[in-house]
Design a protein around this ligand. Structure first.
Ligand code: ARG
Length: 465
């Protein structure tokens, strides 16, 4: 048991209490951020004259050597220490002696952990956005290749109107685009540095909080030290964004699962992203898509957990806040892994273009266009709707598509039909005459794709500050 605070105690901690209280097993993830924060803190302490430049250099050298040894595995972060902060400080004192004891001057673990968590979250916001950016590149590639690949569009999971694969993919592009913008806004809202808030009330040392903020790439210090140590809003915002990303991935997964089913056969998931059954030799299961869908609950769980943890916390720091870590770390990893795996699955998926087109043709997806044809020939829309209803009923009875009816069969229902009806209700016409902004028509989709590409090229700029 290596603790930083033995002085006022006459008994040692009960082992179970120690274990329940300790956070090293999960906050060791914050090692790099902890060292980064300590470097900034000692540089500032020397600049304002609280420690000497020689002490600063000794501490910086000590921190470097600890970091090197942890990175190459010679020094292990073990549960012998209470938390990552104790681990770094104890090892520093071991290595450099008295100068090491000055590292924590004017600092509390409360502002230290607030900083570590904020730095870690900021890095994760950026790496999540990078993974999404890659996924968007995959999606836009599929859009470009499938601008004329016809498939049925659905409402209520019933075939509705013909669309294209590019159009369908473009809907997901918009969702993940909003996710990236959300992440960029979250990063911008994390502009302030909590280091220097002390335990809760600042410190009596003349700390230069602007200097540490600047070294750590924040715009400035947090403006109230009580809020500085106890704010986790940014993490809740990030968990909300992660929940929305995972919800989008889950919807997409659900569609891939449906499309990959024997009944649909719109797509075939690559062998590398499928698994077999231990008993049924014919099976090729879409496990990755199912797992991505399945993991959504635990991501939402992390958000609910932190919201609940925070709701009863009086100012300022309380140990409850240590619970901000495990589930958040899990959610961050779960979402990033899900994005990368989903991306891999999507980029290797095969679209069965023929099946999709056939499915669009066989589902009366051109019924609206047939009604519009009558409207263009002077029939009021409500009457046209009724006539096409009769046409569909006739087709269902015969097991055929509208396109399969002869002109005399059509004329028997309405004399308005002429030879040009076939062209008017072909899948290609149905799609390519839909040219409103955001619609699936070829020309509208070309515009959409170039907007997608323009967004992609703007992404790095969204995370510059
Ligand atoms: N492990 C603690 C946490 O994660 C660090 C802060 C400890 N502060 C304290 N006053 N006990 O929140």
């Amino acid at each position: 048991m290596a603790q930083l605070w033995g002085g006022r105690f006459t008994k040692s901690t009960d082992q179970m209490v120690y274990d329940f209280n300790a956070s090293i097993n999960f906050d060791k993830k914050l090692f790099e951020q902890d060292v980064r924060g300590s470097r900034a803190h000692v540089r500032m302490l020397a600049a304002v004259g609280v420690i000497t430049e020689a002490e600063r250099d000794e501490i910086l050298k000590g921190l470097d050597s600890i970091e090197t040894d942890v990175n190459d595995g010679t020094l292990k972060i073990t549960s012998e220490y209470e938390d990552v902060h104790s681990f770094v400080e104890a090892n520093l004192i071991d290595r450099i002696g008295d100068a090491g004891k000055k590292l924590h001057t004017g600092r509390s673990r409360n502002d230290q952990v607030a900083l570590d968590m904020k730095l870690y979250t900021r890095d994760q916001v950026v790496s999540t956005a990078k993974a999404l950016e890659h996924l968007l590149t995959t999606i836009v590639g599929i859009m470009e290749e499938n601008i004329d690949t016809i498939m049925p569009g659905f409402t209520h999971l019933q075939k509705a109107q013909p669309i294209t694969v590019a159009h369908h993919m473009g809907a997901y592009f918009e969702m993940f685009k909003r996710d990236i913008v959300r992440l960029s806004n979250i990063k911008a809202s994390m502009w302030s540095c909590p280091l220097g808030s002390g335990a809760l009330a600042g410190t009596t040392y003349p700390l230069d909080r602007y200097m540490t903020a600047d070294i750590l790439e924040f715009e400035g210090p947090t403006l109230n030290s009580m809020d500085g140590v106890s704010d986790r809003d940014y993490l809740i915002e990030f968990l909300s964004a992660l929940s929305i990303i995972q919800m989008h991935l889950s919807r997409f997964s659900e569609e891939v699962i449906i499309w990959n089913s024997n009944e649909y056969r719109y797509v075939e998931i690559d062998d590398a992203y499928s698994t077999g059954s231990s008993i049924m030799p014919q099976k090729k299961n879409p496990d990755i898509a199912e797992l991505v869908r399945g993991k959504t609950g635990r991501v939402y769980g992390a958000l609910m957990s932190l919201l609940t943890t925070m709701k009863g916390i009086p100012l300022a720091y309380n140990k409850d806040m240590q619970e901000d870590k495990e589930l958040s770390f899990d959610a961050m990893k779960t979402v990033q892994d899900s994005i990368v795996l989903f991306d891999g699955m999507l980029s290797t998926i095969k679209f069965n273009k023929e099946n999709m087109a056939k499915s669009a043709r066989n589902g009366f997806t051109n019924a609206t266009d047939a009604a519009d044809y009558l409207v263009n020939h002077g029939v009021p829309f409500r009457d046209a709707h009724g006539i096409i209803g009769q046409v569909v009923l006739y087709c269902i009875d015969k097991g055929i598509a509208i396109d399969d009816m002869s002109l005399s069969e059509l004329k028997a229902i309405s004399p308005v039909f002429e030879e040009d009806i076939y062209d008017a209700i072909s899948m290609e016409t149905c799609v390519n005459t839909r040219l409103t902004v955001g619609a699936p028509g070829h020309n509208a989709m070309e515009e959409e794709i170039s907007a997608c590409k323009e967004f992609l090229s703007s992404v790095p700029g969204l995370f510059e500050n």
